[in-house]
Design a protein around this ligand. Structure first.
Ligand code: FAD
Length: 513
C-alpha cells in the first residue's frame, strides 16, 4: 500500500534549494507536511548571481510568509518595473533603439488591439508602453511604484513591479526563515548516491554524517546536476542550437550617482552578447553574457569593461561557464531537479527564480506517495516542458528579431541559429497581425501583450518586418485614439507626481530616515 512521504531531502543551498524548502514548508497542506532536510556543501560555493526577478515575486514572498519590509532591508532589494533593452535593434539611420519590456498590460481598445493604433497612427514621440502605462515615466524619474509611506505589497498606484535583490543575502534570509520553521540544515558534502534495485535513490553518502536514507530528493546542486544527471543518468538537452551564449562574467560596482536609483534592469546589447545592469539599494550588479564561439574571455572582458567606462578599467569580473538547456525530464524516479540542476536559459528575462517557484508549486499539487504514481510525475514533467518552451521561445524572439549586422555574432544569432518551430510559425503570423490572445495557450509569464511590447519596442514593422500596416485596410478612429492618449498622459503625469522617489521610499522602509 502507498504510504505518505514522510521526509523530503533537498541537496543544495543556493537560491533554488532554499526557495524549494521554504515554499514546500509553507505550501504543503496540514496532515501531509513532510519533514524537510536540506543538505548543503560547505565547500562548493553557490553560483552567486541571479538578482533580478519577475512580477510573480511579490506573491512568492507573501506565500513564503516573508515581510516585504524585512526583505527590502536584509536583501538590499529595490524595485524593478521592467527591463530596458538598449541597442538590440537599430533604426533605419543605424541609431540604437531602446525600449522597455514593462510589467503592465495594454487595456482593451475596441475591436482592434491598442498596438495596432500605435503602430499605424503613432503617438508622437511616445514609446508604445507610454501609451498605456506610467512605467517608462516612473523609471525615467527614478520613482517607486508606491506613494510615500505606503506599506508592504501596496498596489494603490496599480503599477506592476518585481524586485532586484542580493542573491546571497536572499538565500540567507530564506535559510533563517526555514530553520526557524523546522527545516533541518545539514552542512555536508554528498559524496555518493546509492540507488536501489529499481533505480530509485535509496540514500546519500555524506562525507561527515554518513548514510542519509532518501524517500524523495530534490536536486538543487546547480549546473553539476549531481543526482538527476550524474547518478540517475537523465540526459541534458542543450539549447546551443537555439541560443549561442554559453559564458558570463559578473561584477559588482558602486552607484555612479547614489541619489538616482533606477527601478529597472538594463540589458545592453554589445558586440558578442549583452550586458545586464541590476541596481540594488547599495550597489549595482552587472555582467556580460556572451558566446565563446564568437569571443574569447579576454576579449569579452575588454568589451565589457569598455562598456562600463574608465572608472572600471582595472576590474576583474568573475567568469561563469553556463550550461544552457534543460534536463530532459525534471522528475525522474524519486528525484525532482530544480534550479540550475533542472535547466537554465540565459538570464535575459530573469526567469530562473520564477521557474523554481512554479516547480515547487507543481510539486505541492502533484506531491507523490511512496508508490510514485507515474501519472503525477508525467503531469509535472508535461508542465515543466511547457514552461521551458515558453521561456526559451520568448528569449529566442529577442535574437530572431534583432536587426544588427555589425558583428558576426548578431548575424549568426539571426541566420545560423535555429528558431524553435512554434515560434517560427508565430513569427510568420505576426508579419500580418499583432500577437493575439489565442497565439500562446500556455503563458505563465509572457502572454501575447508582452510579445507585442517586444515587436513594437523593436519597431520591427518600421524596419521591414511584415507589411507594416496592421489594420490591413480597416478604418481606425483617429479621434478616439488621440483622445485616449491625451487622457492617459494626464493620468500618467498624476501618478508620477504622486509616486515616492525610489531611494527615499526604500530608505524610509529600511528605517534610515
Ligand atoms: P547554485 O547557486 O549553484 O547552488 C548549488 C548548491 O548545491 C550549492 O549550495 C552547493 O554547495 C550545493 N552542492 C553542489 N554539490 C554538492 C554536493 N556534492 N553536496 C552537497 N551540496 C552540493 N536568475 C534569476 O531569476 N534572475 C536573474 O537575473 C538571473 N541572472 C543570472 C545570471 C547568470 C550569469 C547566471 C549564470 C544565472 C542567473 N540566474 C538568474 C539564475 C540564478 O542564479 C539561479 O537560478 C539561482 O541562483 C539558483 O541556483 P541554484 O540554487 O540552482 O544553484
Amino acid at each position: 500500500m502507498a504510504e505518505p512521504i514522510r521526509e523530503v531531502t533537498i541537496v543544495g543551498g543556493g537560491t533554488a534549494g532554499w526557495l524549494a524548502a521554504l515554499l514546500l514548508q509553507k505550501g504543503m497542506p496540514q496532515g501531509r507536511k513532510a519533514k524537510i532536510t536540506l543538505i548543503e556543501s560547505p565547500n562548493v560555493p553557490t553560483v552567486g548571481v541571479g538578482e533580478a526577478t519577475v512580477p510573480n515575486m511579490p506573491r512568492t514572498l507573501k506565500d513564503a510568509g516573508l515581510s516585504e519590509r524585512k526583505f527590502f532591508k536584509t536583501c538590499n532589494a529595490s524595485f524593478k518595473l521592467g527591463v530596458d533593452f538598449v541597442d538590440w535593434n537599430r533604426d533605419s539611420a543605424g541609431k540604437p533603439i531602446s525600449y522597455i519590456n514593462p510589467f503592465a498590460l495594454p487595456p482593451s481598445f475596441g475591436r482592434m488591439e491598442l498596438g495596432v493604433y500605435y503602430n499605424d497612427i503613432g503617438a508622437g514621440n511616445l514609446d508604445f508602453v507610454q501609451t498605456f502605462a506610467p512605467t517608462v515615466d516612473l523609471i525615467r524619474a527614478c520613482k517607486a511604484p508606491r506613494l510615500p509611506g505606503a506599506g508592504d505589497f501596496d498596489q494603490t498606484l496599480k503599477v506592476g513591479f518585481a524586485y532586484h535583490l542580493d542573491a546571497g543575502k536572499f538565500a540567507k534570509l530564506m535559510q533563517e526563515t526555514c530553520v526557524a520553521a523546522g527545516v533541518r540544515h545539514v552542512p555536508d558534502d554528498v559524496q555518493e548516491v546509492e540507488l536501489d534495485d529499481n533505480g530509485y535513490v535509496a540514500a546519500l553518502q555524506l562525507e561527515r554524517s554518513g548514510r542519509h536514507p532518501v524517500e524523495l530528493v530534490i536536486d538543487c546542486t546547480g549546473f553539476r546536476g549531481l543526482i538527476i544527471n550524474k547518478a540517475l543518468g537523465e540526459p541534458f538537452v542543450s539549447y546551443s542550437n537555439y541560443l549561442a551564449n554559453d559564458r558570463a562574467m559578473a561584477l559588482q560596482i558602486p552607484h555612479p550617482d547614489p541619489q538616482k536609483l533606477e527601478p529597472v534592469t538594463r540589458s545592453t546589447a554589445l558586440g558578442n552578447g549583452w550586458s545586464w545592469r541590476v541596481p540594488l539599494y547599495n550597489r549595482i550588479g552587472t555582467g556580460y553574457v556572451y558566446s565563446s564561439a564568437h569571443v574569447s574571455d579576454d576579449a569579452a572582458r575588454e568589451d565589457f569593461l569598455r562598456h562600463l567606462g574608465p572608472a572600471h578599467k582595472d576590474a576583474e569580473p568573475r567568469v561563469i561557464p553556463m550550461r544552457v538547456g534543460r534536463t530532459r525530464n525534471a522528475w525522474v524516479k524519486n528525484c525532482v531537479a530544480l534550479g540550475l540542476a533542472g535547466g537554465f536559459i540565459e538570464p535575459l528575462e530573469s526567469t530562473a527564480i520564477h521557474m523554481v517557484d512554479l516547480g515547487v508549486r507543481w510539486l505541492v499539487t502533484y506531491f507523490p506517495d511512496s508508490d510514485f504514481a507515474p501519472a503525477l510525475r508525467d503531469q509535472y514533467n508535461r508542465l515543466t516542458d511547457k514552461l521551458y518552451d515558453e521561456v526559451r521561445d520568448f528569449i529566442c524572439l529577442h535574437y530572431a528579431l534583432s536587426n544588427r549586422t555589425d558583428t558576426q555574432y548578431w548575424i549568426d544569432a539571426r541566420e545560423a541559429l535555429e528558431v524553435p518551430e512554434r515560434l517560427a510559425e508565430l513569427l510568420e503570423v505576426w508579419r500580418y497581425a499583432l500577437p493575439g490572445q489565442y497565439d500562446l495557450p500556455f503563458a505563465s509569464l509572457f502572454d501575447h501583450t508582452t510579445y507585442q511590447a517586444v515587436l513594437l519596442g523593436k519597431r520591427v514593422y518600421e524596419t521591414g518586418y511584415g507589411r507594416g500596416d496592421l489594420a490591413r485596410g480597416a478604418r481606425l478612429d483617429r479621434a478616439k485614439w488621440k483622445a485616449y492618449v491625451q487622457q492617459l498622459r494626464g493620468q500618467v503625469k498624476q501618478t508620477v507626481q504622486a509616486a515616492s522617489d525610489h531611494r527615499a521610499y526604500l530608505a524610509q522602509v529600511r528605517g534610515e530616515m
